[in-house]
Design a protein around this ligand. Structure first.
Ligand code: ADP
Ligand code: MG
Length: 357
């Protein structure tokens, strides 16, 4: 084989670096929706409105009533590796926000026509930043932020070709919001598509209130899901004097009765510290909890929320953060399995949310 010609090593331009990063983070319009709703939640929003045109390909707009972005920080927000969420390694190891990589807005801005419109707490004016031109001008807006993403993949036609029909892309966008909505009953969500309201989930109560979660589960997954499932509510107990030896893991949510199982695994929602994840450990634990009651290929349905000390789970494993790594996956597996088994063993007791302590 002839040796390939030696070519010079060059540093890539910023724009191209962001476009490469965008390839990992933004697969389709729903990925943009996920990132923007993450940001809205991190900003402390209590109402989030998502607008889509043509399945999100023409336009994705996410509007929130959160803390906003100061005018001189708007251009920084679009830069690569610029974030207000972590400042050092210790922050990274115990991250409590959805975002921390400071990558999403820069990546999205490199493959679409972006605009940021924000009025920060304490500011009399809102400002609009056009991503393409960098132009900043005052505009009218209530407190909060709107991010507009137009013509996704206009500069990367190869990616654009992989998109499915507008209807399919829209369905994926709605699914992305639904995953967030199931984790945050304390936040109201609305989704508009091509000028029509397609979903609306009203704020149900406080963040960690079980009645609020019950309401949100019914609103998002339907009353049938709630009627045909039982409450899961379990925590491991810390060993006295050795808090680090047996850290507390909480598992709650609803697990479907065996009869509610389906052919597909599309009604399995797992959250770790409020983040939607696809996790082999939790899925396997969920599956094993049904071992004795579910036969054949049928898939259980559930919405399970796992909470543990953030230093015991690494969320910086995957660019989209959909995968996590547990420091001790065995203890998580046991907790989830036990939580679901116990709930299934006492189905009647699990019909209503446990009384608040
Ligand atoms: P990350 O979320 O990882 O910090 P992003 O690129 O998604 O990175 O956002 C960059 C920064 O822009 C955030 O850290 C935050 O300070 C600011 N920001 C983005 N969206 C919003 C929003 N909706 N409200 C307030 N600030 C925001
Ligand atoms: Mg973000």
């Amino acid at each position: 084989n002839p040796t390939p010609p030696r070519r010079p090593i060059r540093e890539l331009p910023d724009e191209l670096i962001s476009q490469i990063a965008a390839g990992e983070v933004v697969e389709r319009p729903a990925s943009v929706v996920r990132e923007l709703v993450d940001n809205a939640l991190d900003s402390g929003a209590s109402q989030i409105t998502v607008r889509l045109v043509a399945g999100g390909v023409r336009l994705i707009s996410v509007e929130d009533d959160g803390c906003g972005i100061l005018p001189d920080e708007l251009p920084i927000a679009l830069k690569r590796h610029a974030t207000s969420k972590i400042g050092n390694l210790t922050d990274l190891e115990s991250v409590a926000t959805m975002g921390f990589r400071g990558e999403a807005l820069a990546a999205i801005n490199s493959i679409a026509d972006c605009a940021l419109l924000s009025r920060a707490t304490g500011q009399n004016h809102a400002y609009l930043l056009e991503g393409q031109t960098g132009e900043l001008k005052p505009v009218a807006r209530a407190l909060g932020t709107t991010v507009e993403v137009k013509e996704l993949f206009f500069s990367t036609p190869a990616r654009r070709k992989f998109l499915k029909t507008d209807a399919t892309e829209q369905a994926h966008c709605v699914e992305a919001v639904r995953r967030h909505a199931l984790a945050r009953p304390d936040v109201g969500f609305a989704i508009w598509a091509d000028g029509k309201l397609v979903e609306q989930w009203r704020r149900c109560g406080e963040r960690n209130s079980l009645p609020a979660l019950e309401q949100r589960l019914a609103d998002v997954l339907g009353s049938e899901f709630v009627e045909r499932s039982v409450w899961v509510d379990f925590s491991t107990s810390a060993a006295p004097g050795r808090p680090d030896y047996a850290p507390v893991i909480k598992v709650w949510g609803r697990a479907g009765i065996p009869d509610a199982a389906r052919a597909r695994s599309d009604l399995q929602f797992c959250y770790v510290n409020g983040r939607f994840v696809r996790d082999k450990v939790i899925t396997h634990a969920g599956r094993s909890a049904y071992e004795d009651v579910l036969h054949g290929q049928r898939q259980p349905v559930y919405a399970l929320y796992v909470e543990l000390d953030p230093t015991r789970v690494d969320v910086n494993v995957h660019p989209t953060k959909i995968e996590v790594r547990f420091r001790d996956s065995r203890e998580v597996h046991q907790a989830v399995r036990h939580a679901v088994e116990a709930a299934l063993a006492a189905p009647r007791a699990g019909q209503t949310p446990p009384a608040p302590q």
